[in-house]
Design a protein around this ligand. Structure first.
Ligand code: ATP
Length: 448
């Protein structure tokens, strides 16, 4: 069935001359319009997002209607003639979808079935592969078995990633640790489905429900800046509160790559504790509970003072070329030590307001031990457009990297967080984090 339509205010009213059917679509929910091949009747297909009234809180559905005519201003603002990231007539693109089944909100699968699968069918695209994660190794294994060999062979890939930051960082870590030469750099199209979604929040992919779709359809690829975290020989991954020996390959490199955050202190402890088996059983309350225990320990002691030596690597601004200076902080006690490549750790938590999307700047946010109420006050300012950086107790500066020498007898205070992964450094050990020069992956962002 095809419709006639007209814009009335901010809605598109569609009616069919043959039936009594009427459809009203909010203009902001219109994804795109494309012309059906000449000679076909109707002439246009319009794709739009629609709420499922029977399932509130679930992702929107992507729908299509056929139109005989479309107002010219709507054609100008919403028409799409080609989809270079999905299909290109002269260049074979391998299209992959990764569904991270364990991602925070559990929305990765519904996002695929309600939005992406219909999109592929409306665009008549049937040449793609879908990969559903089965374990924490799934994305890494896929990189080694498929994406990395194809990038080496020069095959252009679009990897549509339905996950949080963890899935993206699995890809970053696998590519940068592989030490291979890539003839084609993959484009990643991120559909945020995680808990924090720092990368998506920081790059505008969460500004509206269409942003990720527009990035996939007609967005431009931008290189993803990355950092490398290196550890002393005894460092090991921590999972579910237990220290687990890294696999042989992980042990040999002692290096993790990330694209979002490297932290020590209360941020790392919160990430680690809230992910433990003990806290996971409390569902979404687990973050609040873990934070409470860290700030107001139930044994009545003070919140922990993290001891160690922090050295910052900073670019020399005195015009002497590319030199670097080292600055070891006088204070050996810390509460919050966090370096990031992004502006937001969550949609409204603006940890580094001076960071622009994918600009490659690396910034440190740090404060010394504060009373719990005061620490909460400082961190809550981050929810007010990042005003914490004005606070006199907060150090905020651009860095090239940093090094921590841990001076903590108890292991749990030597845990660090690299993009959500938790690593425990051995007693007397160290971590050094530096910006990485190589750019091996690109992310698709919608045109401004
Ligand atoms: N079926 C699974 N079993 C175990 N781990 C999984 C599974 N699927 C995905 N993972 C892993 O879980 C980690 C986190 O996933 P993801 O990034 O999608 O969500 P998240 O952690 O909630 O998001 P965010 O980092 O934005 O808070 C990833 O490293 C991913 O590899």
């Amino acid at each position: 069935m095809s419709f006639e339509c007209a814009i009335s205010g901010d809605v598109l009213e569609c009616s069919s001359p043959d039936t009594i059917d009427r459809i009203t679509i909010s203009v902001e929910n219109i994804l795109c319009i494309f012309q059906t091949p000449t000679g076909h009747d109707p002439r246009y297909s319009l794709l739009f997002l629609e709420n499922d009234d029977n399932a509130p809180g679930t992702p929107l559905n992507l729908k299509r209607i056929h139109l005989k005519t479309v107002p010219s201003n709507l054609i100008t603002s919403h028409s799409i003639s080609e989809t270079p990231n999905i299909y290109h007539p002269n260049n074979h693109i391998k299209l992959h979808f990764i569904i991270s089944t364990a991602s925070g909100t559990g929305m990765a699968k519904p996002l695929f079935t309600r939005i992406l699968q219909p999109l592929l069918s409306y665009l008549d695209i049937d040449c793609y592969q879908v990969h559903e994660t089965q374990s924490a190794r799934s994305i890494t294994d896929l990189c080694h078995s498929l994406f990395i060999p194809q990038a080496e062979a020069g095959v252009q890939q679009t990897i549509v990633l339905l996950s949080g930051d963890g899935g993206l960082c699995d890809i970053i870590d696998a590519f940068y640790n592989s030490a291979k030469n890539f003839r084609a750099i993959p484009n990643i199209s991120l559909f945020p489905a995680g808990t924090g979604n720092a990368m998506a929040s920081s790059t505008g992919l969460l500004t509206n429900p269409k942003a990720a779709l527009l990035a996939l359809l007609c967005g431009k690829p931008f290189p993803v800046p990355v950092f490398a975290a290196m550890f002393s020989h005894g460092a090991s991954y921590v999972q579910d509160g237990q220290t687990q020996s890294p696999t042989a390959s992980e042990m040999s490199c002692q290096k993790i790559y990330g694209g979002v955050v490297a932290s020590w202190g209360i941020h790392a402890a919160l990430v680690a504790d809230s992910d433990s088996i003990e806290y996971r059983k409390f569902g979404s309350d687990r973050f609040k509970m873990a934070a409470n225990e860290l700030l107001y320990p139930s044994d009545g002691t003070e919140s922990h003072r993290y001891c160690g030596s922090v050295t910052l690597f900073r670019r020399n601004d005195c015009g002497q070329g590319n030199t670097e200076q080292e600055e070891t902080l006088d204070t050996k006690e810390h509460m919050y030590v966090l370096a990031t490549l992004v502006s937001n750790l969550e949609k409204d938590f603006v940890i580094s307001p001076k960071s622009n999307p994918l600009d490659g700047s690396f910034r440190m946010i740090r404060f010394s031990p504060l009373l719990p109420e005061r620490a909460m006050q400082v961190l809550s300012l981050a929810y007010q457009n990042g005003q914490h950086i004005q606070d006199n107790d907060v150090m905020y500066c651009e860095i090239e990297g940093f090094r921590i020498g841990f001076d903590e007898p108890e292991g749990k205070w030597r845990r660090v967080c690299i993009d959500g992964r938790v690593v425990m450094v051995e007693e007397g050990g160290w971590m050094e984090v530096r910006k990485e020069k190589r750019r091996l992956l690109r992310i698709l962002l919608p045109a401004p």
